[in-house]
Write a protein that binds this ligand. Sequence first.
Ligand code: ADP
Length: 193
Amino acid sequence: MSVRMVLMGPPGAGKGTQAVRIGERFGVPTVSTGDIFRANIKGGTELGKQVVEYTSKGLLVPDELTDRIVADRLAQPDAAAGFVLDGYPRNPAQVDALDEMLAAADTELDVVVEISVDSAVVTERMLRRAELEGREDDTPETITERLAVYAAQTEPLAEIYVNRGILAPVDGLGEIDEVTDRLVAAVEPFLAG
Ligand code: ADP
């Protein structure tokens, strides 16, 4: 089944985990900007060097870099029949950029899922993840900054998608399997055939 989907939600909401599961469920690739940036930083690439000064502070990477990464990835053959986008778009300019990419390919988004979780819960999850995974942007200062950036720049995007009639809100509290089931159920009404 083809699905073109965006997964939104605050840092620590479990987006990454759910994005992979949803991609597998629908047989489409998951495209995570955060994962792409982290892989490049780890690999010491030119892109990695350019983005680390932003990611390490919890700030958004400049749009021109981010948009290009996403456009290149969505142009790969495996994304032609659909994708789950995790971590993009994150501000209004990226919404426009994504619209343009899809329009150029004569497609559009089917659904935008917004996972919501209480901010005390997400902070606690991220601090725990910092210990388990050693993600260097999971420090208390950076977490605070990422939550603030989300509230200021990304959360308002939900309204754009509400107005288009494609926003599906999902409660992110609970067991991972439970949240996946909720997500699948929330997405299905938006898929044609
Ligand atoms: P989280 O949602 O848990 O903060 P991500 O893995 O999605 O983590 O993103 C990690 C970092 O990568 C962000 O804090 C930001 O610096 C950068 N980043 C990811 N996606 C984008 C994007 N769409 N635009 C700009 N920067 C981004």
